[in-house]
Design a protein around this ligand. Structure first.
Ligand code: ADP
Length: 372
C-alpha cells in the first residue's frame, strides 16, 4: 500500500498540511496569550481609579487570561482538525486528477504491448506527463511503421520467390510427366532459378540484419584507396567481357576506420550496378577523394542514367527501375543491393548517394565514409 504512488503523494500532501497546521498551532499558542495579556494589562491599568483596585484588576486579568487560553485552545484544536480534514480531501482530489493521465498511459502501453499499434494516448496539460505521453505516442508510431514494413516485406518476398519457384516447378513437373526430357539446358535453367532463390535468401538475411542495425562490423584501420583499387582489379574481367572501360583515377592513400569487407561489398555493388547500366563502349570511372571530413568513393558511369523521379526510389527495398532486368545481369539483381549498401554506409556513420542528369546521360554514385 505504501509502495503506491497515490498513497505516497497523499501522505506527502498531508505531511505538509500537518506540519503547517502544527507550526500555526504552536505560534498561536505561544504568542496569543502574551499579546493578549499585554493588551489586556494596558486596558486594566488605565481603567483602575483607587489603591484597592490594583489587586482586584490583577485577579480579573488572570481570570480573563485563563478564559482566553481555554477559548484559544479549543478554537485551535477545532481549526487543526478541520484543516487536516479539508487538506486530506483536497489532496485526494488533486492526487486523483494528477494520476489519471498515468492510468491512460498505462492503458495505452498495454494496448501497444498487445499489438494494437494504432492506439494513442491523449496528451495531458502537465508538461512532464505530456512529454511521457508524446514519447509513448512516438513509440506507437514507430511500432506501427515497423509492423507495416514487416507485412510489406513478407508480401515482397513472396512476390520475389514466386517467379523462380514457378519456373522450377514447371520444368521439374514437365520432366517427371515426361513432357520434355531432362536435357542439360533445362537442368541448367532449374539450377539458375535455384541460385536466384539462394541469392535472395542471402540478401534477405543481410537486409534483415542491416535494417535491424545488427550488422556485425569488424572495424579496422586501412587504406581505402588500396581497397577500392583491389575491388576494381577483381571486377576488371567482367568489365572486359562486357567491353565496358573501367578507369581508376589515381589517388593518394586515404586511411579510414571501417569494416573493409563490408566496404568492399558496397564498392562491388556500385561497380556491378554501373556495369549493368552500361552498354559496350561505355566507361565507368572509379575515383577516391576527401571532402568535408569524409572519404568519398565515386563510381561514375556513362550508361543508362536514371530519371529524376526514380532517383529517390532506387534505394528502396526490392525497387528496380522498370527496364533494369534487361541486358547483362551482374550482382544480385533482386533490387536489394543499394538498400544494403546504404545501410552498411550508414552503420559506419556515412552514406551512399546517387545523382544522374537523366535517362541516357549516365549516373554518379558516391560512397561517403567519415575520415579518422
Ligand atoms: P539490384 O540488386 O537489382 O542491382 P539495386 O538496389 O542495387 O538492385 O539497384 C536498384 C535499382 O537501381 C536497379 O533497378 C537499377 O536499375 C538502378 N541502378 C542502380 N545503379 C544504377 C546505375 N549506375 N545506373 C542506372 N541505374 C542504376
Amino acid at each position: 500500500m505504501f509502495g503506491r504512488l497515490s498513497t505516497r503523494l497523499l501522505l506527502s500532501h498531508l505531511s505538509v498540511a500537518v506540519v503547517g497546521a502544527g507550526v500555526a498551532f504552536l505560534l498561536v499558542r505561544l504568542l496569543a496569550p502574551v499579546d493578549f495579556a499585554r493588551r489586556a494589562g494596558v486596558v486594566a491599568g488605565g481603567a483602575g481609579p483607587g489603591p484597592g483596585a490594583g489587586s482586584a484588576n490583577a485577579g480579573r486579568g488572570r481570570l480573563l487570561l485563563e478564559a482566553f487560553d481555554a477559548a484559544i485552545n479549543q478554537a485551535l484544536v477545532v481549526g487543526l482538525v478541520a484543516a487536516v480534514v479539508v487538506a486530506t480531501l483536497l489532496a485526494w482530489l488533486m492526487v486523483r486528477r494528477l494520476l489519471r493521465p498515468l492510468d491512460r498511459v498505462r492503458t495505452t502501453t498495454r494496448a501497444l504491448a498487445g499489438g494494437d499499434y494504432a492506439t494513442r494516448v491523449s496528451v495531458p496539460r502537465e508538461v512532464e506527463l505530456a512529454r511521457l505521453a508524446e514519447d509513448i505516442n512516438a513509440l506507437g508510431g514507430a511500432l506501427q511503421e515497423s509492423e507495416a514494413r514487416r507485412v510489406r516485406l513478407i508480401g515482397e518476398v513472396a512476390h520475389e520467390m514466386r517467379t523462380p519457384l514457378t519456373v522450377i516447378d514447371g520444368y521439374v513437373e514437365g520432366m517427371i510427366d515426361g513432357v520434355f526430357a531432362a536435357t542439360p539446358d533445362r537442368l541448367a535453367a532449374v539450377s539458375d532459378e535455384a541460385r536466384v532463390l539462394r541469392r535472395l535468401a542471402e540478401d534477405l538475411s543481410a537486409l534483415s540484419r542491416a535494417e535491424e542495425g545488427r550488422l556485425s562490423l569488424a572495424p579496422a584501420t586501412f587504406d581505402l584507396t588500396a581497397l577500392v583499387a583491389e575491388t576494381g582489379r577483381r571486377l576488371a574481367p567482367q568489365f572486359e567481357d562486357a567491353r565496358v572501360d573501367l578507369a581508376l583515377v589515381p589517388a593518394p592513400p586515404l586511411t579510414v576506420s571501417a569494416d573493409p569487407d563490408r566496404i568492399g561489398q558496397v564498392v562491388t555493388n556500385l561497380l556491378g550496378n554501373a556495369l549493368r547500366a552500361c552498354s559496350p563502349g561505355d566507361t565507368v570511372t572509379l575515383g577516391i577523394d576527401a571532402a568535408d571530413g569524409h572519404a568519398v568513393v565515386t563510381v561514375e558511369d556513362t550508361g543508362r542514367g536514371i530519371a529524376p523521379a526514380e532517383l529517390p526510389r532506387i534505394f528502396e527495398r526490392f525497387y528496380r527501375v522498370p527496364d533494369a532486368t534487361t541486358g547483362t545481369r551482374t550482382g544480385t539483381g533482386s533490387g536489394i543491393g543499394l538498400t544494403i549498401s546504404r545501410s552498411i554506409a550508414r552503420a559506419h556513420g556515412g552514406d551512399v548517394v546517387a545523382a544522374s542528369p537523366g535517362p541516357g546521360l549516365g549516373s554518379t554514385f558516391r560512397l561517403l565514409l567519415p575520415l579518422t
